[in-house]
Ligand binder design. Structure first.
Ligand SMILES: C[S@@+](CC[C@H](N)C(=O)[O-])C[C@H]1O[C@@H](n2cnc3c(N)ncnc32)[C@H](O)[C@@H]1O
Ligand code: SF4
Length: 403
């Protein structure tokens, strides 16, 4: 039964800019060190071709948000971003107050660039700070120190950005409890509207996977996480997603759309898309060629993989249960085109075990459920799916190494 897709969900756009000054040892994103200067103008041209080729799949729909991620989008000169964003607007409507985020690396933070991005229509800046501790930043192979991290925030404010996110990581090589908490305090002291606080993970196919650094004990990381949560809450940041903390009204609308199993177009090397085709009763996942050169040679190329009905419950919940408040149970039927009854008896069992909240109108993990999210999701895995599919967020916005 898959005929109940009655209307498409909200639509967002993810744009992947794949170059970085230097590859970080922990990073499994589709990011590349260019030989010489990256071909900014030619890449933007390819992005617009890519978009144009995908337009017939989304006729009549409007974009709710745009996320320009990477790689290091802040390597691109403002003129290139201006061509990109005006090209986007000329080709499809973006809601007037639509969120337009750009990821920036403090090592490439330039006040004039930031001002140019703001003028081009970017209204939210996400800064890859990672840590305010020089020793940690050096261990992470970052191209910037704590002073640049602080001045990046200053530049963002001076350029007129009101919506600012700081990406911070914890559980870093050799990090003590006191150092982790001081790092978080330093981020809070910058007073951003949003903080993404990620636990460092050793991803396959990275330098760290081959030569693992010594990471803090699990018990230390657990305590750091618990105390960090209180510190964030006391400073007025609400945890609304597994790693996302925001002041009122500052949650990332673009990411929220992913977690609510909304649709998104993906343009750029290795970008992912998800599209609901109501008339065909289909949900498609779309991927673009990963290597920047291959992508630029044929930006209209892509591969589509329909998500069969038996895989939709897992995919939906993999996203929805990341949201601390969960989602209305009815959105499962609307977004998956399947009856909610299909999730029983797993839902009842998880409610009885205290892993999901006991409200039949919501799909929401309890605190315990959030802490053991992989175990919860495992109950919805279609047969014959390898368990490690859980560790790979299928809908992670950026393209990652394993694609
Ligand atoms: C796509 S990256 C882009 C940010 C930007 N390129 C930068 O690094 O400055 C988004 C964020 O994911 C987080 N991240 C990347 N790799 C990670 C890993 N192995 N473990 C935990 N978080 C990670 C980092 O906080 C990073 O800022
Ligand atoms: S973490 Fe960010 S800056 Fe480092 S290689 Fe990955 S995408 Fe590039």
């Amino acid at each position: 039964m898959n005929a109940a897709l009655t209307q498409p969900p909200p639509l967002a756009l993810y744009v992947h800019l794949p170059w970085c000054v230097r590859k970080c040892p922990y990073c499994d994103f589709n990011s590349h060190q260019p030989r010489g200067e990256a071909p900014f103008a030619a890449y933007v041209e390819a992005l617009l071709h890519d978009l144009e080729a995908q337009l017939p799949d989304i006729w009549g729909r409007r974009l709710e948000s745009v996320f320009i991620g990477g790689g290091t989008p802040s390597l691109f000169p403002p003129e290139a971003l201006d061509t990109l964003l005006s090209g986007l607007r000329a080709r499809l409507p973006l809601r007037p107050d639509g969120e337009v985020t750009l990821e920036a690396n403090p090592g490439t933070a330039d006040r004039a660039y930031f001002r140019g991005y703001r003028e081009a229509g970017v209204n939210r800046l996400s800064l890859g700070i990672q840590s305010f501790d020089d020793t940690m930043l050096a261990r992470l192979g970052r191209i910037h120190g704590a002073a640049e991290a602080r001045s990046a925030v200053e530049h963002a404010r001076a350029a007129g950005f009101e919506a600012i996110n700081l990406d911070l990581m914890f559980g870093l090589p050799g990090q003590t409890l006191a150092a982790g908490l001081a790092d978080l305090e330093a981020a809070i002291a910058q007073d951003p509207g949003h903080i993404s606080w990620y636990q460092l993970t050793l991803e396959p196919n990275t330098y760290f996977a081959a030569r693992p650094p010594e990471l803090p004990e699990d018990t230390l990381v657990e305590e750091l996480f618990a105390r960090g949560q209180s510190q964030l809450a006391a400073a007025g940041y609400t945890r609304y997603e597994v790693s996302g903390y925001a002041r009122p009204g500052q949650a990332c609308r673009h990411n929220r759309n992913y977690w609510m199993f909304g649709d998104y177009l993906g343009i750029g090397a290795g970008a992912h898309g998800k599209l609901t085709q109501v008339h065909e009763g289909r949900i498609l996942r779309r991927t673009k060629p990963r290597q920047p050169e291959a992508y630029m040679a044929a930006p209209q190329q892509h591969q589509d993989h329909p998500v069969p009905p038996q895989e939709r419950p897992f995919e939906f919940l993999l996203n929805a249960l990341r949201l601390v408040d969960g989602v209305p149970a009815a959105s499962f039927e609307a977004r998956c085109g399947l009856p909610l009854a299909r999730l029983e008896p797993a839902l009842s069992a998880l409610r009885d075990e205290g892993l999901l909240v006991a409200d039949a109108q919501r799909l929401q993990a309890t605190d315990k459920g959030l802490a053991f999210l992989n175990d919860v999701l495992e109950r919805f895995l279609p047969e014959r799916t390898p368990r490690d599919a859980i560790a790979t967020p299928i809908a992670w916005p950026a393209s990652r190494e394993e694609d």
